[in-house]
Design a protein around this ligand. Structure first.
Ligand SMILES: Cc1cc2nc3c(=O)[nH]c(=O)nc-3n(C[C@H](O)[C@H](O)[C@H](O)COP(=O)(O)OP(=O)(O)OC[C@H]3O[C@@H](n4cnc5c(N)ncnc54)[C@H](O)[C@@H]3O)c2cc1C
Length: 440
């Protein structure tokens, strides 16, 4: 069995950032220890390249537990306040990455290239003598053995002083993290709260979207739970053949998938959920009715079908008209629409409703909700209470953020917290000296 000092399981955002920052701290403390990163894929950091539509939204000027859900969200507040966007951007600056915010406070590399983030991380790691990266080597088991840990991989067995679980969740498994890490935790008797997809499109019942595929429009999307409006998000609605998408829907998807996984929405038991789309969020229903009347009375010689042109996407307007049970045929003069018709139409355009069809697919989810339960972790260090010197960071922890750079921000923050904790512990444990064998 080969001896190593710090085994990092997963070469994604959190595992790589851990290795970079822990290497710096080990040097500062003059501790001669070796960090080995095990990555099951043939390349490290694959998911990073796909983030932010290839631009990598890596943090957000606003920070704190309020932007997160999951059992660890409140515990993380102090850590997230301590390591805010300025700290994170400052760290990246030292590694060569210049970052700037957009008008909404979302932080990106100035070059707006996710590859720049990964390249800066790779350059730093390549220059680190204390870090070894082993690609194509999945960790299948971790077991406690006489104060150390046996780390069993596809191709070997190692004995390690510290283990950092940084294997991510289950979102977009084609990019690496496929949930196998949760099996590893469960095999160690550690509670994993049921994972479900978040920040993803939502499938809806029926075939109402089939002919509307490709339409994008401004809206307010709300989640209605047992008749009450639970959350409202503003933004661009994107319509696919059988799903609603766009950032406003992504933000609601967390609660919709929570409903399918746990029968709750934002922690409250609910029996029924609906999505309500308001296509005129800047106008009260009465104002929209006045606008609809004005169009009927003042636009010359248009049919009902033409009435929607210049108001909303024509296909969308006609689809809503058809499914709302109007009796006036589409080829009639628009002047035949009476005030009751227009009141009804104003209501339908302000409240276009859908029933979610079932859980979203992991394949196009950006984040995993659920994961290692908060009660298993030390909230200051992220050490697993049952297993001293074993830590869990990143998306594997039961904490998930909204869109806007919050999930990567947690990956970096948790890595920094854990790097500080492991190096402090190593300093005490080895009093400045761990045998280092880079050839293991
Ligand atoms: C398409 C997409 C776009 C996104 N955009 C953004 C964005 O712009 N901003 C944002 O904040 N967040 C974004 N996210 C979310 C963000 O990428 C993740 O939250 C973040 O990468 C989590 O980091 P992690 O290190 O915990 O997990 P990961 O980055 O998933 O890394 C885990 C690594 O562990 C490896 N691994 C898994 N199991 C094992 C094992 N048993 N042995 C060895 N290796 C293993 C995996 O192959 C993987 O490389 C996006 C996600 C997706 C899918």
């Amino acid at each position: 069995m080969k001896k190593i000092n710090i085994a990092v399981i997963g070469g994604g955002a959190s595992g790589l950032f851990y290795a970079m920052t822990a290497a710096d701290l080990l040097k500062k403390e003059r501790i001669n220890a070796q960090i080995t990163v095990f990555e099951k894929e043939n390349r490290i950091g694959r998911k990073l390249l796909a983030t932010g539509n290839g631009k990598c939204n890596l943090s957000n000027e606003k920070s704190g537990g309020a932007f997160y859900s999951g059992s660890f969200a409140q515990c993380a507040d102090t850590l997230l306040q301590k390591y805010n966007a300025q700290n994170i951007a400052g760290k990246f600056k030292r590694y060569g990455l210049y970052c700037t915010p957009d008008s909404e406070g979302r932080i990106y590399p100035y070059s707006r290239q996710a590859s720049a983030v990964l390249d800066c991380m790779l350059i730093k790691l390549e220059g680190e003598k204390s870090v070894v990266v082993k690609c194509g080597e999945a960790v299948n088991r971790v077991k406690a053995e006489n104060g150390d840990y046996a780390v069993v991989t596809d191709s070997g067995e190692y004995r390690s002083d510290y283990v950092i679980m940084a294997f991510g969740g289950m979102a977009t498994p084609s990019l690496g993290s496929d949930g196998s890490g949760f099996g590893l935790l469960r095999s160690m008797g550690i509670t994993v709260n049921k994972p479900f997809p978040s920040l993803c499109p939502v499938y809806v019942q029926g075939k109402r979207l089939k002919n509307l595929k490709g339409i994008r429009c401004k809206c307010a999307a709300s989640l209605i739970a047992d008749g009450d409006m639970l959350k409202t998000e503003y933004g661009e609605l994107q319509i696919t053949e059988n799903a609603l998408s766009g950032i406003c829907i992504f933000q609601l998807s967390r609660y919709i998938n929570e409903f399918f996984a746990l029968g709750t929405a934002d922690g409250k038991k609910v029996a029924k959920i609906l999505i309500d789309i308001d296509l005129f969020p800047d106008m009260a229903e009465g104002e929209l009715f006045e606008l609809l009347k004005w169009r009927r009375d003042n636009i010359e010689k248009i049919t009902v079908e033409q009435y929607f042109i210049g108001l909303v996407n024509k296909r969308l307007g006609i689809a809503i008209y058809k499914e709302s049970g109007f009796e006036v045929p589409l080829d009639s003069d628009a002047k035949t629409l009476d005030n009751d018709d227009l009141l009804n139409l104003a209501h339908c355009l302000k409240s276009w409703r859908f029933t979610p069809a079932g859980p979203s697919k992991w394949d196009n989810a950006q984040v995993t909700a659920g994961g290692i339960s908060a009660h298993e972790l030390d909230r200051n260090t992220l050490e697993i209470k049952k297993y001293p010197n074993v830590y869990c960071i990143g998306e594997a922890v039961d904490i998930d953020g909204i869109c806007g750079g919050y999930n990567l921000h947690w990956a970096w923050t948790s890595a920094l917290v854990c790097a500080g904790a492991t190096v402090r512990s190593a300093k005490k444990r080895f009093n400045g000296g761990i045998a280092n064998d880079k050839n293991t």
